[in-house]
Design a protein around this ligand. Sequence first.
Ligand SMILES: *[C@@H]1O[C@H](CO)[C@@H](O)[C@H](O)[C@H]1NC(C)=O
Ligand SMILES: *[C@@H]1O[C@H](CO)[C@@H](O)[C@H](O)[C@H]1NC(C)=O
Ligand SMILES: *[C@@H]1O[C@H](CO)[C@@H](O)[C@H](O)[C@H]1NC(C)=O
Length: 401
Amino acid sequence: MGFKALCLGLFCAFFASRMYVPIPGDIEEYWKVTALDIFAKTCTFMAVCFESIGTMKYEEVISMLLRLDYTQPVSDEYVTVMDTTFVHVPVRLYLPKRKSETPRRAVIYLHGGAFCFGSFKNTAWDSLNRWTAKKLNAVVVGVDYRLAPQHHFPVAYEDSFTAVKFFLQDEILAKYGVDPTRICISGDSAGGNLAAAVAQQVQNDPEFKHKIKTQALLYPALQVIDCHLPSHQENEHGVVITKDLAIKFVSLYFTNDEILYQAMRRNEHMPLESRHLFKLVNWSTFLPEKFRKDYVYTEPILGRYNYSWPVLTDIRASPLLANDSWLQNLPPTYVLTCQYDIVRDDGVMYVSRLQNVGVQVTHDHIENGIHGALSYTEFPLYLRLGFRIRDMYISWLDKNL
Ligand SMILES: *[C@@H]1O[C@H](CO)[C@@H](O)[C@H](O)[C@H]1NC(C)=O
Ligand SMILES: *[C@@H]1O[C@H](CO)[C@@H](O)[C@H](O)[C@H]1NC(C)=O
Ligand SMILES: *[C@@H]1O[C@H](CO)[C@@H](O)[C@H](O)[C@H]1NC(C)=O
């Protein structure tokens, strides 16, 4: 068994090294990032092997690895940490211990993980949320929405929405000593998608007495209708996450049917009647020149894909598809994007669309940044970039929440 495992390991390492694509030279901590990339690609390759020999589905292997990293709710001298549920949705609460004369600010955090992975229990998100609570003397709520491929769209959105709606009730805010006028919704990557979608709903739904004060979107994924943006093209063989991998997980958010995945890879997944939506995600109009470069806009091929998935046109899956009148009710927004990131242009386009309708936006773009860096703040995956992003995010919140 040990010998077989060793052989498999060596075999995988060999193939990973064959698949290795040099990473951009200006990336900070180059060798660490290279090691991380090789490690991630080896895991990916192993997962593909497991899937092809039929032992385990690809996503199951990755989820299993991530579950090894779960932490218990541990209180410390500054913050009381506890797990509970909001309606049926699991949440982890971080309640500052320091006395406060006035009600506290609050941050609701939706973790990333391509809609398929991750939990507030993962060490990196647990430490981020704890840090936020301590630094801002704020109540922080980490939310665990149900994941794909067991649960498809809109389950993740609805769980996130349910948790937010529950928290925004008078008696719940009072119970945790939260100021109803100082609440933020934040999220990274797929969590940024959910945060943006929930924020749009809360701000536009007259049923909500309490609105949110700010939203913070960290390298968010904000649309699924165009898979041929300049950032998709530039990061096709990106660090840790390749374009194929990203599309695979996003397609699993909607269906287990491989046909959608294949159609998305070719950017041929949208129906004919969706043509009018493309003006809302037209990168040639919404990206500044710096990101457009010499890329030539090509219209996606519509109507080739037989199956009709009305969900692909849903604004709760692609917050970038919201119209201007919806967007203009959004609160001051923080958007952080990284240069070496497949979803970079989603974030940049959202910045343009929000600015066009007069929403106040702070956009931080990290020139040598990579997607997912907030997850690399714990041993052994420890990058300075992760802390830099964390500190930029917290300092913006401290001034604006
Ligand atoms: C996108 O914008 C370009 C101009 O920048 C225009 O030529 C093209 O027709 C637009 N496409 C869509 C689908 O809006
Ligand atoms: C797609 O639709 C066309 C015509 O409606 C049909 O001929 C073709 O077999 C379909 N393809 C698939 C993969 O279902
Ligand atoms: C904007 O979008 C919202 C939500 O999809 C819809 O209810 C509303 O009617 C739209 N407004 C306009 C002017 O199209």
